[in-house]
Each structure stands twice: as C-alpha cells, then as structure tokens.
Design a protein around this ligand. Sequence first.
Ligand code: PLP
Length: 372
Amino acid sequence: MSIGDGTRAVRAGLPEPVKHEPTLPGPVFAAHFHLPGEPTGPYTYGRDENPTWTHLERAISELEAPGEAVETITFASGMAAISAVAFSQLRAGDAVVLPDDGYQALPLLRERLETYGIEVRTAPTGGDSQLRVLDGAKLLWIETPSNPGLDVCDVRRLVAEAHARGALVAVDNTLATPLGQRPLELGADFSVASDTKGMTGHGDILLGHVTCADPELAAGVRRWRKVVGAIPGPMEAWLAHRSLATLQLRSERQCASALLLAQALKERTDVTGLRYPGLPDDPSFPIASRQMRRFGSVVSFVLPDKDTAERFLEGLSLVEEATSFGSVRSTAERRGRWGGDAVPEGFVRFSVGAEDPEDLIADVLRALDEAA
Ligand code: PLP
C-alpha cells in the first residue's frame, strides 16, 4: 500500500498493538536486562541495545527508505553519528574527501583523522567540486544543502563517480531531513544526520543517526557505538520518536514559510547573498529540485555589515538569537561570530519555525527597517 509522508510519519516505528499497552511504549530505563543462562539478545546490556532505540531506529529507517530493508543506528548527537561512520570505515593510509564549506566541526574531525594517519582532502560543495579530489579516496563525505552556505551538489552524480572509483559515500542529511531528501535512494551508502535539528524539531534534545542498507557497513557503525559508548539516552530517544509523528506537519509549514521569507527578502536592497535552494533563481535550484522533495527551513543572507546584522538580530521579537536550526521556534544568528565559517561579517543564518508566516515575515521586515 502506498502511503503519504504524513501517514508514514505518524505511524513510523510503532510496534504491533497490544491490548492495554500504549501506542508508543514509554522510555525503557535499563542499564542491564534480565539475562539468565546463555547471553543472547536482543536486550542484554544498555550500551548495546535498548527497546526504546529499537522503536526509534525502525521509525527512522521507514522514513529514510520506505519499504526497504535498511538499518538505522542512533547516537547521542550528530557528531557521534558522523564520527562513527568516519572512524568505523577509515584506517591509517586511507584518504577521505570532506566538503570545505560544511558544518563547522568538520575541521575538528579533520584534525583527528590526520592525527591517525588518514589523508583528508577538501573541496567546496557547489559545482560538484569534490569530484576533483576523489581519485583514490576510500570515503566521500557530502553535506547537501551545506550548512550554512546552502550550496547543493548532485548526489547521484557524485555517488556514481565515487562508486566507479571504489569509494563509499556518506551524505549528511541534517538540513533536509528524510522528508526533504533520501540519500540512500540517491545511491549513497550512508545517510547521516544530526537529529538535534529539524528531525526532532523542538530544540530540546541532541541526537544523531546513521542509516545504511549494507548489513556489514551497519555492523561496523554499530560496533563503533559499542566501543565509544556514544549512545542516546532512553528519554531522548523516546522524545525523538514522539517528535517524528509531527515531522511532516512541521516540515510542511517550515519549508513553505522559508520560501515565503526568502521571497520577501529578495525584494530588499539591504539584503544580498540571499540563498534558499527552493527559490527558482537560486544557483542550487536546478539540482535541488531534482533530488529534494522539500527544500528545508534554513534561509541564509548577508546584511551590509556586522553592526547592522547585530541590530537586526536584537530587533527581532519572534525570533530567538541562537545557534542550531530546524526548531518550531524560529532562530537566527550571525554566523561570523563563531569564526569557523568562511562567511562575511553580516552573514545571517535564519531558521524558520512554525509561527504564522505573516507574523514572522512582518517581524523580520520591521527589524530590517529598524536596523538599516
Ligand atoms: N551536521 C550538520 C549539518 C550540523 O549542522 C550539525 C550541528 O549543527 C551537526 C552535523 C552536528 O550535530 P550535533 O550538534 O547534534 O552533534
């Protein structure tokens, strides 16, 4: 039976109904499970498995690859998920290709990988430039749309080239969520995300996941989680599962409002460098419209200078000045304040929430007028 995203989201990962049991069983708090005799699974020790993770992991698998046999492994954060893929696959002497305009902790990962004797090459996301440095690499790491610049690359093309040269491909799908883009369907070996963002959408938990179709790759990632112990707490896992039920509703509203905001910003002369992959004249649009089903809740733009951007952020009344993105409450920040991204001082990353779009856009336009 073919079902829509909303139906899938509300039902994802629910166990078979059991009389007098809740629809979504509550979090299981257990360091160990009763285990007489031979130590067989599924539940033995709390660092290896937990029933609350099982439900969440099934739910994420259904969203990442409806109807396909894939495995999801959840983690304590997005960085734990990213590290699990990198460190479970790469060995001393291997080469990996990272984007040079991706999430700002990737340079920290780079530093660590290099310490372990792994060669790290970087190239921008736009123009599929990572292809230029792919020869001989073991793993290609893609982040599309990229954070915070919102460039997009052609996942199918990069995967085809990488696989032809024997490289595995991981896609950081944080910004799109599986309702916006399905990396495994585009051919990637790993779909990885920080579920701290749009996936859970309330700005109240940190979580991450890795989904892959190949059981051997999944086993490597799972083993890494056991070794490092970067496991999700049962409460976080349960909250995440509960939040997934509204993923389609949230995405629908947030993506639609992001497009409206981008269109409103396009009209302003004080806004330059506007990026939103869903704007038909955005450089990312031709590829984004082929491989994405929704364009995300983040809009990026540049104000004339640091002071104007700071006045704008202070002047907003419905938007919290905070990092992260994907929450039902709009947030925005001047990205240059961290020093890690190659962006102008007036660069603003704006995460559109679930407020009424008219209210949000009125607030933004007023704050821009006052900041000018
Ligand atoms: N990937 C992307 C694209 C991100 O934006 C972030 C965090 O901002 C991460 C990964 C890391 O996720 P976490 O903060 O959950 O560790």
